[in-house]
Write a protein that binds this ligand. Structure first.
Ligand SMILES: NC(=O)c1ccc[n+]([C@@H]2O[C@H](COP(=O)([O-])OP(=O)(O)OC[C@H]3O[C@@H](n4cnc5c(N)ncnc54)[C@H](O)[C@@H]3O)[C@@H](O)[C@H]2O)c1
Ligand SMILES: *[C@@H]1O[C@H](CO)[C@@H](O)[C@H](O)[C@H]1NC(C)=O
Ligand SMILES: *[C@@H]1O[C@H](CO)[C@@H](O)[C@H](O)[C@H]1NC(C)=O
Length: 326
């Protein structure tokens, strides 16, 4: 396995936009040496600058990841204007180019000749599985999806989605590495549209959409159901554990819960409008009117920063609570 004096494997980041920069910060936080490549050399310089200033800022704010100082982490990250050089010593490659299937195919074809038998090549792709573009590669069995969630530095989930030919050891190695740098990977057994997160997310949006169209609640109140209701709970326990913990009285576990409440849930869900649901423009325009009362167009950027600050605070709180119980 390729490693340097730190004794750790080296990481190659291909594509240095928002997600490439985030991965660089995450791996450096874990003490790994990272090389960033981009088709635009000036973008590499820009990415290094952003990473440097963000890591410095996070250190000041107390939300820097890992045990190294910001300066030490910055020292682990370098840029390259050559794809070959970037891949040279790497044993893990995280591809972060735009979400276009032909571009993914082209970039993976360029990487293919440099893939060794110790290398893993992961795509950050949000929707496109490797089966859609890596089938012709000599080393397709060493490719897979590792899909992060924005902003990855503060939301730890990564969806690992193997293609039909991905070796089990490649999937396992990816999971181990991502855990080592403090991400929270989940492994799907095969590719499905939307992977796991978006399948759940769309089923939530579908019901929100239908309730809004039905005039049941305002858009603001629908969002409140999540933010002040389900959201806080789900930040700590998932829906399945919720069923387990919600057992009470005559019920003591998840099976008892189902025996008691399954018919009620069945009755409720039999009133649902079955998918697929097409999010139509007239309804979207109605929702927009309401959402814009609080978040007008000119405040969206500010609101994203606000969101990221709160996610950072939540990540810090969860880390602190975890340390207490460990
Ligand atoms: N932005 C998100 O919220 C988010 C979340 C999860 C996953 N993703 C996925 O991550 C990937 C990257 O997204 P992003 O938001 O960072 O995009 P981005 O547009 O910010 O960055 C893409 C970078 O890739 C570079 N690039 C383009 N062609 C290239 C090539 N041939 N070789 C090397 N570099 C090249 C561009 O110059 C740019 O710097 C996409 O697949 C996206 O779906 C994005
Ligand atoms: C860096 O910080 C800026 C300003 O807060 C933010 O918009 C951007 O998303 C951050 N980039 C990364 C990769 O974290
Ligand atoms: C479910 O609906 C049926 C038919 O309307 C009804 O008989 C039953 O009591 C309902 N059960 C629950 C738990 O709501």
């Amino acid at each position: 396995m390729s490693s340097d004096l730190t004794g750790k494997e080296q990481i190659a980041i291909i594509g240095s936009g928002l997600i490439g920069q985030s991965w660089a910060m995450i791996f450096a936080g874990g003490g790994y040496r990272v090389t960033i490549y981009d088709i635009l050399p000036e973008q590499v310089s820009k990415a290094l600058e952003t990473v440097k200033s963000n890591l410095t800022k996070y250190e000041t704010q107390g939300c820097l990841r890992g045990s190294l100082s910001a300066q030490q982490q910055i020292g682990l990250i370098s840029g390259s204007s050559s794809l070959e050089q970037c891949l040279q010593a790497a044993s893990y490659v995280q591809e972060c180019v735009p979400e276009l299937v032909d571009l993914k195919r082209k970039v993976f074809q360029q990487i293919d000749p440099f893939i060794t038998e110790h290398m893993v090549v992961a795509t950050s792709s949000s929707c496109i599985g490797v089966s859609q573009f890596a089938g012709d590669l000599k080393n397709r069995h060493r490719t897979l999806v590792a899909h992060p969630v924005n902003p990855p530095y503060f939301i730890p989930l990564v969806e690992i989605v193997p293609g039909p030919w991905t070796l089990p050891e490649v999937t396992a190695k990816t999971r181990t590495l991502l855990e080592a740098v403090g991400q929270s990977p989940v492994t799907l057994s095969r590719e499905v549209p939307g992977f796991a997160l978006n399948r759940i997310q769309y089923s939530i949006i579908n019901e929100c959409w239908n309730m809004y169209k039905d005039g049941l609640l305002s858009a603001k109140d629908i969002d409140k159901v999540m933010v002040d209701g389900l959201g806080p709970r789900y930040a700590f326990i998932g829906p399945l554990e919720t069923m387990h913990l919600n057992a009470d009285g005559n019920t003591v576990n998840l099976v008892d819960y189902c025996q008691r409440y399954a018919q009620g849930a069945y009755n409720v869900t039999s009133t649902f409008i079955p998918p697929p649901i097409l999010y139509d423009v007239p309804t979207a325009e109605d929702i927009l009117k309401e959402v814009q009362e609080t978040i007008p167009l000119e405040k969206i950027t500010e609101r994203r920063v606000w969101r990221d600050e709160r996610l950072a605070a939540l990540a810090a709180l969860k880390k602190q609570l975890k340390e207490k119980t460990d």
